[in-house]
Design a protein around this ligand. Structure first.
Ligand code: HPA
Length: 249
C-alpha cells in the first residue's frame, strides 16, 4: 500500500490519451508556473492503491500542437506537485522493421531535431552555468518498472529504441526519415524533446511509452492519414491502459 499522500507516478498522456479508464478522480488542480500555463488541469486520482496525477499533453480537447506545448510549465508543475516518477505516453511513427503500427516501445535513447522550443530551466538567474548529464536520457528505474509491469500483464513491447524528436506539426519527408534511420533512430515523434531533458533538469525519473501509430514517411506506399493514426492508436492505447493498471499493482 502506498503512502496515500505521496504521488506514486505521473502520466503525461499524448495523442488519443486524454483520460485514464479506471482512474478514481480525487481532484483536479490548476497550477500556475513561472513559465506560463501548463497544458491543462492536473487530475489527481487513484488506480488501485496507487496515487497518480494525469496531464493531457495536448490539452484535454487536443488543441495544442507539439511545437506549442508548454513543456517547461508542464514539467515544472509536476515537480512542484511533488511528482518523482513520470511515464510519458506518445504516438510515434515506426522507422525500422520491428516497429510496426500498434507496437509499444520503451525507448532508451533520443536524438533531438527540434528547434525554437523553450528547452531549458537553466538560462536565467543562474549562480553558475549548469550542464546536466544526459548520456542516458531515460530513467533506468522507471524503464524497468514499466517493462516489469508489461511483462506481468502479458503485454509484448520493444524494450530498447532510439526516438527521433522532430519539430512538426507536419510529418516528415521520406528523405528525412532515411536520414533519421541512418542516424540510428528506430521511431519518430514530435513531443519527446524538450520534455525528456526538462524532466532530467529537475531530477524527475522519466520514461516514455511510445505507441507506433503509423509507418514513418516512405516506409510503405500509403499516404499517412489521421484515420490510420487514430485506428492504430486505439489498439495501442488499449494496451497502454492495461499497462497502467499493471503499473499500479
Ligand atoms: N512522425 C512524427 N511524429 C509522429 C508520427 C510520425 O510519423 N506518427 C505519430 N507521431
Amino acid at each position: 500500500m502506498s503512502n496515500k499522500n505521496a504521488i506514486d507516478f505521473a502520466v503525461i498522456g499524448g495523442t488519443g490519451l486524454t483520460e485514464i479508464d479506471g482512474l478514481e478522480v480525487i481532484q483536479r488542480e490548476v497550477v500556475h508556473t513561472p513559465f506560463g500555463e501548463p497544458s491543462g488541469q492536473f487530475t489527481h486520482g487513484l488506480i488501485g492503491d496507487k496515487r497518480i496525477v494525469f496531464l493531457a499533453r495536448h490539452g484535454y480537447t487536443h488543441t495544442i500542437p507539439p511545437h506549442k506545448v508548454n513543456y517547461r510549465a508542464n514539467i515544472w508543475a509536476l515537480h512542484h506537485l511533488g511528482v518523482r516518477n513520470v511515464l510519458a505516453v506518445a504516438a510515434v511513427g515506426g522507422i525500422t522493421a520491428g516497429m510496426k503500427p500498434q507496437t509499444l516501445v520503451i525507448p532508451d535513447q533520443i536524438i533531438d531535431y527540434t528547434h525554437d522550443r523553450p528547452h531549458t530551466f537553466f538560462e536565467e538567474g543562474l549562480n553558475v552555468v549548469t550542464h546536466i548529464d544526459f548520456s542516458r536520457p531515460y530513467s533506468a528505474s522507471m524503464r524497468e518498472m514499466v517493462i516489469r509491469a508489461a511483462t506481468q500483464a502479458g503485454l509484448s513491447l520493444v524494450e530498447n529504441a532510439t526516438y527521433a524528436a522532430t519539430q512538426g506539426p507536419r510529418l516528415e519527408t521520406a528523405a528525412e526519415i532515411l536520414r533519421l534511420e541512418r542516424d540510428g533512430a528506430h521511431i519518430v515523434g514530435m513531443t519527446g524533446m524538450p520534455e525528456t531533458a526538462l524532466a532530467r533538469e529537475l531530477g524527475l525519473d522519466y520514461a516514455c511509452c511510445a505507441v507506433v501509430s503509423n509507418w514513418a514517411a516512405g516506409k510503405n506506399s500509403h499516404v499517412i492519414t489521421m484515420d490510420t493514426i487514430r485506428s492504430n492508436l486505439a489498439v495501442g492505447l488499449a494496451n497502454v491502459r492495461t499497462l497502467l493498471k499493471s503499473l499500479s499493482c
